[in-house]
Design a protein around this ligand. Sequence first.
Ligand code: DOR
Ligand code: ZN
Length: 345
Amino acid sequence: MTDTLTIRRPDDWHLHFRDGDIMRGVVPYTARQFGRAIVMPNLTPPVTTANLAAEYRERIVAAVPAGVDFTPLMTCYLTDTTDPDDLARGFAEGVFTAAKLYPANATTNSAHGVSDLAKIYLVLEGMEAEGIVLCIHGEVTDHDIDVFDREAEFIERHMRAIVRDFPKLKIVFEHITTADAVAFVEECGPNVAATITPQHLHINRNAMLVGGIQPHNYCLPVAKRETHRLALRKAATSGSSKFFLGTDSAPHLRGDKESACGCAGIFGAPYAIESYCIVFDEEDALEHLEAFASLNGPAFYGLPVNEETITLERADVAVPEELDLAGQTIVPWHGGQTIGWRIAD
Ligand code: DOR
Ligand code: ZN
């Protein structure tokens, strides 16, 4: 049995830092483990221009603890009126690494998202030409579509069309939750990949709904039935270069989760790499963790891999039931559980 595992320092290809005190509180958890992270732009107001992204990046960099080497990679929040030239300029200047497509009202702070894909076809054309990665929250928002079917429906209604119309566009299908998405990504060419969160590898929808509503297991897209979780585990641990790490860590205050209308999002950052390691260990696939966590993402984005390494070791760690963040309380993913891996000092 492997009790220690040394891998190149991983990166988180999808997470939410927020802004202000919460951002300053959460950045150190990510910087402790990851060399880089793709930072989602769904602030209020959203990060829609290169100037806003450059300013946001500065605020994040100022929150990285002294002596820690961590690079935030910024994304542009696409709207119906995104300026393709500003996006191209921001990318050329190294401010933007990717752009994020939120269908309007699909999730937290997505009201300014894209209402009709036709409105951003010129932007997508420019992105395809410039090699800018498109990160997609792949869920339809139609009220007549069941929440558990929204990802699969998005594939049929929109994903196939985007891939067909922009055959060279680099697309990351974010936080996939279904066997349908796994199959879709596998059948596409090498320009289409997907991120997978720790929670969607660990839980199915029962964890949210059985024995009472469990708001700390609620995120979007919602966890699906067990067959989908198993398909995600198989994809993540397969060694395929099309799947890589993206926590979708999304901090919400405890009170905002435990509410009559609880927020969507799981704060996965604090024990993220440990959480993935547990899954790869359970699947007897620890030899593929490095590819998923540290190699596939940089290869897809055309970035170098991190030079440093981290070592994971088998050990019991009691995850606190809650964390204090700027005087407020947040429940972390695995909160209150004892997990079997930790990062060695
Ligand atoms: O659960 C989620 N939380 N899913 C998202 O897509 C957004 C995120 C957030 O920002 O809270
Ligand atoms: Zn997200």
